[in-house]
Write a protein that binds this ligand. Sequence first.
Ligand code: FAD
Length: 299
Amino acid sequence: MKLSEIYRKEQNLSSKKPVISIEIFPPKSEDAKDFDNKKEKLFNELCILNECYKPSLVSITYGAGGSSRERSNIIVKEIKENFDFNIVMPHFTCVCSDKKFIENYLDEIKTYGIKNILALKGDEPDNIEVCHRDFRFAYELVEFIKTKTELEIAVAGYPEGHISAKSLDEDIKHLKTKVNKGASVVFTQFFFENEKFYSYLEKLEKNKICLPVAAGLLPVISFEGLTRMVKLSGIKLSSKALNHFEKYKDSKEDTIKAGIEWTSIQADDLICNGIDGIHFYALNKARSTAEILKNIGLC
Ligand code: FAD
């Protein structure tokens, strides 16, 4: 299925439901056997999630946080072969890649039967010997994919503005370029206060960016992980959110429960407000996302 079909289908239902998508990352490991073990664990988590509620879409990160790019392809291919999600969507980054490399990648995923892609700039990998500058920004990748393939293209959006953007308005201007070049859905960075997302949607509307926007939600499972991700993404955590998680920072179990509670309230409110989709940053674990889906009555 294609991205626009799935969003159109859910929206046309009499009781509008958001499209539920899950983001996972390829297990980090340089050792083939260890990678296989971790891959089996990841697939097991997807099976657990499927028992509760089958997401419409699973997306797989590419080279994020130092994970191997080759292993991303293995995960994409095997999920496509072994699961029946409506959409398996690889993320793909263009930073430091040349046109030939990107063409080869696009040919490769075509052989897996992939129909949709999340086109990103990406962050410059560490220890890279040669960094090609064929692509500077994601909009150039969107344009390239559009001219070379029939893939449907999603792009990233940042309700608080991208960390390197001069301002949120400037960032939205650049999002519009990605849309004009052919993107059809926006998946957002995670946020912890829904007001920021609603205000972002208003700004998109004012800028005539009229396409489905999936709200990124991160069910927190560790305080250390939360502070690291907040720092990397440049989002601002409200004191309410910080206090909610900080008080449980010494207990993994209590932090997971606090994450489920916070994200369930966010998801419930987003659904009441008729949003198009929720994109869970599931961190390769089924438990929190499954419990949140249960709390909001989806399983
Ligand atoms: P762009 O849209 O190119 O924007 C990057 C910056 O440049 C922004 O500040 C933007 O405002 C600015 N900009 C854009 N166009 C112009 C222009 N013409 N002139 C001047 N400035 C401009 N990273 C990974 O490595 N792998 C992943 O799998 C991955 N998955 C992600 C999934 C989601 C849903 C999100 C939200 C992010 C993900 N990222 C991933 C992180 C992303 O790659 C980084 O945030 C990256 O720095 C920006 O990527 P982009 O596609 O948003 O870039």
